[in-house]
Ligand binder design. Structure first.
Ligand code: MTE
Ligand code: MO
Length: 529
């Protein structure tokens, strides 16, 4: 029993070392491919594969466990990479155990397991293999991803075999299996330099080198990650009518956002069309352009929160592109996809509205990378998530389809409800009794425009009109202010509400963010002293 266990120590140790070295090689190859070719490794893709399948409750539950979306993304990528190492080690140990009896059976097992791993990865990740963080079209992207996976897993298998062979314990073909233990035959005494020691040392150096390489490429990838800006909110002191690009709120599903090479990128309209069409960036820029002020707001923007910003967008009408492709009358929706594998849908009616744009300019300059370079959608009146960044394809579909977040259970209505908030004051503000305080804020009503803003300084019992200081457009926010000179000291609650361009008053119902975005009035508690 003890002898049997002891005989396992050799192969198990060798298996662990071989699995670690081969796993680090695989990780390095994957990290380099991510950095240089924009190919996401399975550890990253698997998150995108699972996220839409979760319910919103599970998704938010994970935020709670891992400290928000960024925490979840970090845990996902580290867990996936670590899990891959563990699987690699388990495979190498199994191979080492089998190989000590028969090298041929060991190598066969290795070949079978790595092939199965590769096939499983391709099968499970198939729907999102067309992801390309440098902006290849879907077909090219899928091919590149599969080739990189094949190379990675292939090198993994070779590295396991090579390391086990170098470490000994694998009988050469025809060589008798050692009788006493599964360990390598003892080195003949008196050999000047123990060959195995030298080779094992080489394996150690290679392993350490790979660990350093993994860390080096990994830290460059970490530097490029979205952790420090995903969830950025608009600065509200004071709100500028047009948000500067660097301050525009940012939301992304990605661990590392795409860096699209415009030469790889093109935009395609296909699906239920007579003749599918594709444009490159130059062809799009040559079309008649529209400049349009439009506010974006994330569905996760809570009452009084800052996931909202306003910009001037330059681009072309989506309707012009769809019309060029001879759309079928049976089309009910458009299904859009982006280079990062993100997708979303909206009705064909919305797609054909003259204000629905494919834009490449933001406040007079090219779209910044994090806001969708080279081109993104602007879909006025609908939540931010419909405004695909790094978009590549619009597919006309004749049956309802679902996008990334829609599959989780968000919606079904993605129309932005009327919202308003205070920006210059927050809860806990103290104001002087005899002085005039300028209350200020913003109001937004999707694509319906803001016609009126009212403020209550007594918790909602009475209302007075605020002054619109910046009207914006029908598609953008309005900014407002209200001069308040309180007379009675004590605590009071300030409330704001807006009316949209159709005359409909903002809903007071306190609806939660899930599943259709929050509603309700923004209230702040202030003390008059
Ligand atoms: N390709 C792609 N487009 C995307 C997303 C994404 O993760 N990938 N996030 C969406 C969400 S949820 C929002 S709110 C907006 C945010 O756009 P912004 O970062 O430019 O403000 O982009 C949308 N478009
Ligand atoms: Mo969003």
């Amino acid at each position: 029993m003890i002898a049997a266990m002891r005989s396992l120590v050799g192969p198990v140790t060798r298996g662990v070392v071989a699995g670690l070295v081969a796993g680090l090689l695989l990780t390095t190859v994957q990290a380099l491919a991510r950095l240089l070719l924009g190919v996401a490794p399975p550890a990253e893709l698997v998150g995108d594969r699972i996220a839409p399948l979760l319910t919103i409750e599970q998704f938010f539950g994970l935020f709670g466990v891992f400290g928000g979306y960024n925490g979840l993304k970090q845990a996902g990528i580290l867990g996936g990479t670590g899990g891959q190492l563990v699987v690699g080690i388990v495979i190498a140990v199994a191979v080492a155990l089998v190989a000590r009896r028969s090298a041929r059976r060991g190598w066969r097992l290795l070949a079978i397991l790595t092939t199965l791993l590769f096939l499983a990865a391709v099968a499970v990740l198939w729907p999102i293999l067309s992801t390309s963080y440098v902006g290849f079209g879907p077909g090219t992207a899928r091919l590149v991803t599969i080739v990189v996976m094949a190379v990675g897993f292939g090198l993994f298998g070779l590295a396991v075999a090579g390391t086990l062979w170098l470490l000994g314990g694998v009988p050469a073909p025809g060589e008798p299996v050692p009788a006493t233990s599964g360990d390598a035959p003892d080195t003949p005494a008196g050999e000047p330099l123990d060959r195995r020691t030298v080779l094992a040392g080489g394996v150690g150096v290679a392993g350490a080198g790979l660990a350093v390489a993994t860390l080096a490429v990994g830290s460059e990838l970490f530097r490029r990650a979205t952790f420090d800006y995903d969830g950025l909110r608009v600065p509200t002191m004071p709100v500028s009518p047009i948000t500067p690009n660097g301050a525009f709120y940012t939301v992304t599903k990605n661990v590392i956002d795409p860096r699209v090479d415009a030469d790889n990128w093109s935009f395609t309209v296909d699906g239920a069309v007579g003749s599918p069409q594709t444009w490159d960036l130059a062809a799009l820029r040559a079309m008649p352009q529209t400049i349009q002020e439009t506010t974006l707001m994330c569905i996760s923007n809570g009452v009084g929160d800052g996931l909202i910003s306003n910009a001037m967008w330059t681009g072309v009408r989506l309707a012009d592109l769809i019309n060029a492709a001879d759309p079928s009358g049976d089309t009910v929706e458009v299904l859009l996809t982006a280079v990062d594998g993100y997708s979303d849908t909206f009705s064909i009616e919305k797609a054909m509205e003259p204000t629905t744009l494919l834009v490449f300019g933001m406040n007079g300059v090219d779209l910044p990378q994090r806001h969708g370079y080279p081109a993104r959608m602007i879909v006025p009146g609908m939540y931010g998530e419909k405004n695909l960044k790094w978009v590549t394809t619009v597919k006309l579909v004749t049956e309802e389809a679902k996008g990334f977040y829609e599959t989780q259970g968000w919606g079904p209505n993605f129309v932005v409800p009327t919202r308003s908030r205070f920006t210059a004051q927050g809860s806990g503000t103290q104001v002087g009794r005899a002085t005039r305080t300028e209350l200020a804020g913003l109001a937004f009503a999707g694509d319906r425009g803001v016609s009126r803003v009212e403020v209550s300084v007594d918790g909602g019992s009475t209302w007075a009109d605020a002054r619109i200081t910046y009207p914006g457009t029908q598609l953008s926010w309005s900014l407002w202010s209200y001069g308040w000179q309180p007379s009675t000291p004590g605590e009071t609650t300030l409330v704001v509400r807006a009316t949209d361009g159709t005359g409909a008053l903002q809903s007071a119902e306190e609806r939660s963010i899930v599943p259709q975005g929050a509603t309700g009035y923004h209230k702040i508690a202030v003390t008059v002293v």
